[in-house]
Design a protein around this ligand. Structure first.
Ligand SMILES: O=C(O)CCC(=O)C(=O)O
Ligand SMILES: [Fe+2]
Length: 323
């Protein structure tokens, strides 16, 4: 059942974003995900310890403190180890990823899908452009040779700008939610209200990934930070200009970003597997088996391993906007 009011949907139409608290029960969705990731981190810490990359497994620490110790001591961000998608470049037969049952349950949570249904209707495809992001405090984060935080603040972009142009007309809804309460101090998202009404803007490469150059950024002065409690979601239009603030706190910043659209529309990353998460028209087509989902990612990894990288970037490094 659609759960949003017409006032909320109107707000989204007008501003290109909508923050909603209490979309789902954190105990049902987030606690199992956290338990699952505690196991993933344990495996990572053991591997790093065996390799001599860390000198202590920190087995007694809870996830948040442990991941900080592991990143700081190994001087490496292990984002791909946790992610439930594959990288855009350099996939090999053993590129790590995590597509566990608690993650699948989060992607297909009925309360979450009820809210998604309010935006795009009851035929819902889960787009494979999806991430878990664990950002440790910048004070202890690994840095590159120039001193830039690795995996730090996300620069201004539109989600349409970071996928293939084939999906420009896909009715894609981005769903971003924190696993732990998030605010401006630990790097919540910020949005430029109304920016979804324009075109897909030119994106240029930067240390932190593709970004819209400040010369063509519409209305940065009106940017709004969007704090959220665990259980809440930020919904974004595919053309809404958004960014994440740096994590200047002493807590981690832990989030999921998911995307949904009606089935049959291009995903923007054809080589990755999506699935039908809800369908009134064809209930048999719905994927409800978490292990089948994991297998789809294993198959995609095997097919892509050591192949030429697919092209996901439509932007030219020579574009004058990037000069
Ligand atoms: O969480 C972040 O830092 C960036 C998220 C984002 O850009 C998105 O959800 O589309
Ligand atoms: Fe984004």
């Amino acid at each position: 059942m659609p759960t949003l009011s017409s006032a909320q949907l109107e707000y989204f139409e007008t501003f290109g974003f909508l923050a909603v608290e209490d979309v789902f029960d954190p105990a049902e969705v987030i606690d199992p995900v956290m338990d699952e990731y505690a196991g993933v981190l344990d495996t990572l810490a053991n591997e790093l310890f065996e390799r001599g990359a860390i000198t202590d497994r920190h087995a007694d620490l809870p996830f948040a403190e442990r991941v900080c110790q592991v990143y700081a001591e190994s001087q490496k961000v292990h984002a791909q180890y946790f992610d439930f998608s594959l990288p855009q470049k350099g996939i090999t037969a053993d590129t790590p990823f995590w597509a566990g049952p608690a993650v699948f349950n989060a992607l297909t949570n009925p309360s979450l899908l009820d809210t998604v249904e309010s935006f795009i209707g009851a035929e819902i495809y889960s787009n494979p452009v999806q991430h878990v992001r664990v950002k440790v405090p910048e004070s202890i984060a690994p840095r590159d040779a120039e001193g830039n935080v690795i995996y730090g603040a996300t620069p201004w972009h539109q989600d349409s700008g970071v996928i293939n142009a084939s999906a420009d007309d896909t009715d894609m809804l981005t769903v971003w939610f924190p696993l732990m309460d998030t605010d401006a101090a630990n790097g919540c998202l910020q949005v430029i209200p109304g920016s979804h009404r324009g075109e897909v803007l030119t994106h240029c490469s930067s240390v932190q990934g593709l970004t819209i150059p400040s010369t063509i950024l519409p209305g940065e002065d009106s940017a709004r930070a969007v704090p959220l409690r665990a259980g809440g979601c930020l919904f974004l239009h595919r053309k809404t200009v958004h960014a994440a603030l740096p994590n200047l706190s002493d807590r981690i910043r832990w989030s999921f970003d998911l995307r949904y659209h009606p089935p049959g529309q291009p995903t923007g990353r054809d080589a990755f597997p999506g699935f039908i998460a809800r369908s009134r028209r064809d209930p048999d087509a719905v994927l409800s088996d978490a292990s089948a989902w994991r297998q789809m990612w294993l198959d995609a990894r095997a097919a892509l391993a050591d192949q030429p990288d697919p092209e996901y970037n439509r932007w030219s490094l020579n574009d004058e906007a990037c000069a």
